[in-house]
Design a protein around this ligand. Structure first.
Ligand SMILES: [Zn+2]
Length: 161
């Protein structure tokens, strides 16, 4: 049994508690942009329930072109206006530079990726960079954009000001 087999089996349990049909537009009008880190239980740590918010995740929670695409859809088609960024301590993107990561991929596959990993050292600076990228995107209509750092050792979510 693979991990995915276990997930498919777990879904039968889930169905027993399925809450039913929800509206497609997030009822709290919020989009969360977060790192994919497995230690960030976003719904629990932010007090969110099903149907409350959009969650856009990638390595680092960085604002890429595809993040902006998702945010534009979230705002223009589904009515969100607030964005919260969730980066965190001990991120995988702090483990190697962009150059080292590209070298690693190339050494293993023979192909050098055309995109940067977007590695960083200072997590607060990285949150500010993401906030700048959102502010610079001319096709968003955000009423509120705030950045945070989640401490994976304590569970504390700290706002970056
Ligand atoms: Zn991370």
């Amino acid at each position: 049994m693979t991990e995915i087999d276990r997930m498919l089996a777990a879904n039968r349990e889930w169905m027993a508690h399925f809450p039913g049909d929800l509206p497609v537009a997030p009822v709290r009008g919020v989009a969360v942009v977060a790192c994919m880190d497995s230690r960030l239980p976003l719904f629990g740590m932010l007090g969110l329930g099903m149907g409350d918010a959009h969650v856009i995740r990638n390595a680092g929670g960085v604002v890429t072109d595809d993040t902006l695409r998702s945010l534009a859809i979230s705002q223009h088609l589904l009515g969100t206006r607030a964005i919260v960024l969730v980066h965190h301590t001990d991120c995988g993107l702090q483990k190697a530079s962009d150059e080292e990561f590209a070298d690693l991929v190339e050494s293993r596959t023979g192909h050098r990726p055309p995109w940067a990993a977007r590695a960083f050292i200072d997590v607060d600076a990285d949150v500010r960079e993401s906030m700048r990228a959102i502010a610079a995107a001319p096709y968003l209509l955000s009423d509120e954009v705030r950045g945070t750092v989640y401490d994976v050792a304590s569970g504390l979510l700290r706002e970056v000001v």
